[in-house]
Ligand binder design. Structure first.
Ligand SMILES: Cc1cc2nc3c(=O)[nH]c(=O)nc-3n(C[C@H](O)[C@H](O)[C@H](O)COP(=O)(O)OP(=O)(O)OC[C@H]3O[C@@H](n4cnc5c(N)ncnc54)[C@H](O)[C@@H]3O)c2cc1C
Ligand code: FES
Ligand code: FES
Length: 463
């Protein structure tokens, strides 16, 4: 049984936990405001809000693509579709969309309204840039984005004086007309909801964000037993521990990107991870899921390789082992993960003194696209200005995410000759194939260029 609150109504259903939430709200609940278009997380027409109770009792709402969200993941949550925002009057976001002529055919509009409402409910800080980032997964084919951005700007201006503390956020947004009055009772209603006990991982398909799984095999998942990692709150954390960051195996990319420890120690990652899919996917997709799906082009994987990350792998019986990320990939989509094991933690060493980090991604579209080639670099220079350590990773150029062997660069000056030698080494190590994202020759050339650009920028900063 899956139990949750859908808008203002309790729901208890024995439908398959692997049915998508999109199918459930449209076909079972007959709420057709949530639109169906790509069914692959690409367009945002199916955006809904998923709210869960935080340990302090306040709610945390995230805008998510319901076409990739399994019904079972909604267990114990508050799911909000556009019908759940409507009362006698339009909400503030809806009024601003109308007032700024930010809708024409209206197909994308429910998704845009929910993404902006989710931003108002969840953003740590209300800013125009943040509101635009929150819309990066919502595609509109006819209005033109200027009008939509004007509505987003007006929302931020309207909420400028709001008390953004999580405990008071919902109350403030009810007063501002962003969400209806019934939202205030949701935490107590959720606390009384009888939810499903966590399933055992063995023999079940482990679903983290589901953003890869539900693109690859949605029909098969309808019939499978599923284990939802999102219910493992013990694996949802980003914390500093001496010289490392520890990231729980259920932590989403968006929570990681915006966490205090990441902002303090790896400030560049806040922008770099904006290049990973879109907000409605990053709100569910996990860092560990990106690693375990073993795509040779995964953005998080390439960044973590350059940062010398390690994986803590936990077996069903609780036994743990630690594996350096560069030893985890055994072949195309083959990993060092045995049946019943999960990646319970990712350990990221903090940057040593004199270290520089950079990430570059080239894709057919600037954002919301899988890379043709991506690459990350960590350069550590000694007090004398020579290379003390150099790690360069590359995606899209081999069957596995590639870490270049660069021992021979240690002790060299990080000068133009070293940059050329590095670009050559990267191109030589690359074994790309021709595919939809580019020819093998193009990717080889591109990697050389990216690596040269990285290195020159990092060496310049170090100097
Ligand atoms: C529209 C779209 C755009 C995308 N854009 C990008 C992009 O720009 N860059 C990019 O890198 N990727 C992109 N992706 C791919 C995908 O979103 C990411 O790889 C994501 O990080 C996968 O994480 P997840 O939590 O959703 O994994 P899931 O789909 O839940 O799981 C993936 C696999 O990993 C396993 N798994 C998950 N977590 C664990 C764990 N802790 N331990 C053991 N096994 C585990 C699952 O069983 C499954 O086999 C995109 C996907 C879509 C649909
Ligand atoms: S239908 Fe396009 S993102 Fe879900
Ligand atoms: S209003 Fe038509 S797609 Fe956006």
């Amino acid at each position: 049984m899956t139990s949750f609150i859908l808008n203002n109504s309790p729901v208890s259903t024995d439908k398959s936990p692997g049915m998508t939430l999109l199918e459930f709200v449209r076909d079972v609940s007959c709420l057709s405001g949530t639109k169906e278009a790509c069914r692959e997380g690409e367009c945002g027409a199916c955006t809904v809000l998923v709210g869960s109770r935080r340990p302090d009792g306040a709610m945390s709402y995230k805008a998510c693509a319901s076409c990739l969200l399994p019904l079972g993941d909604a267990d114990g949550c508050h799911v909000v579709t556009v019908e759940g925002l409507g009362g006698a009057d339009l909400t503030l976001v809806q009024k601003l969309i109308v007032g700024h002529s930010a809708s024409q055919c209206g197909f994308c509009t429910p998704g845009i309204v929910l993404s902006l409402t989710g931003f108002a409910l969840g953003a740590a800080r209300i800013s125009y840039e943040g509101a635009v980032d929150a819309l990066d997964g919502n595609i509109c084919r006819c209005t033109g984005y200027a009008a939509i951005r004007n509505a987003a700007r007006a929302l931020c201006e309207g909420l400028a004086g709001m008390d953004a503390a999580p405990a008071r956020r919902v109350g403030e947004l009810i007063s501002a007309g962003v969400v209806p009055d019934y939202f205030k009772d949701i935490p107590s209603r959720l606390s009384r909801l009888k939810t499903a006990p966590p399933q055992a991982a063995q023999n079940a398909v482990l679903v983290a964000g589901g953003t890869d799984l539900f693109v690859q095999k949605p029909e098969e998942l309808m019939e499978s037993e599923l284990c939802f990692l999102s219910k493992r709150s013990d694996l949802d954390y980003v914390k500093e521990d001496g010289e490392v960051l520890r990231v729980g195996g259920a932590t989403t990319i968006e929570d990681f990107r915006l966490s205090g420890p990441v902002r303090r120690h790896f400030p560049a990652l806040e922008r770099d991870f904006l290049l990973h899919s879109s907000a409605i996917l990053r709100n569910k997709a996990t860092l560990a899921g990106n690693v375990v799906n073993a795509s040779p082009i995964g953005d998080a994987t390439i960044i973590l390789l350059a940062l010398a990350a390690r994986l803590v792998i936990t077996a069903a019986g609780g036994k743990k082992r630690e594996v350096p990320l560069d030893k985890f990939f055994l072949g195309y989509k083959k990993t060092d993960l045995a049946c019943g094991e999960i990646v319970s933690e990712i350990v990221i060493p903090l940057l040593p003194a004199g270290a520089r980090y950079r990430f570059e991604k080239v894709s057919n579209r600037a954002t919301l696209d899988i890379a043709a080639v991506n690459s990350a670099l960590r350069l550590v220079t000694s007090p004398e200005g020579t290379i003390a350590d150099l790690r360069v990773s590359a995606g899209g150029v081999a069957a596995v995410p590639l870490l270049l062997a660069l021992e021979s660069f240690k002790g060299r000056k990080p000068d133009a000759a070293a940059a050329e030698a590095l670009a050559d080494a990267a191109s030589d190590a690359a074994r790309p194939i021709d595919d939809i994202r580019g020819s093998a020759a193009y990717k080889k050339l591109l990697l050389g260029q990216l690596v040269r650009a990285h290195f020159n920028a990092a060496a310049g900063e170090a100097a």
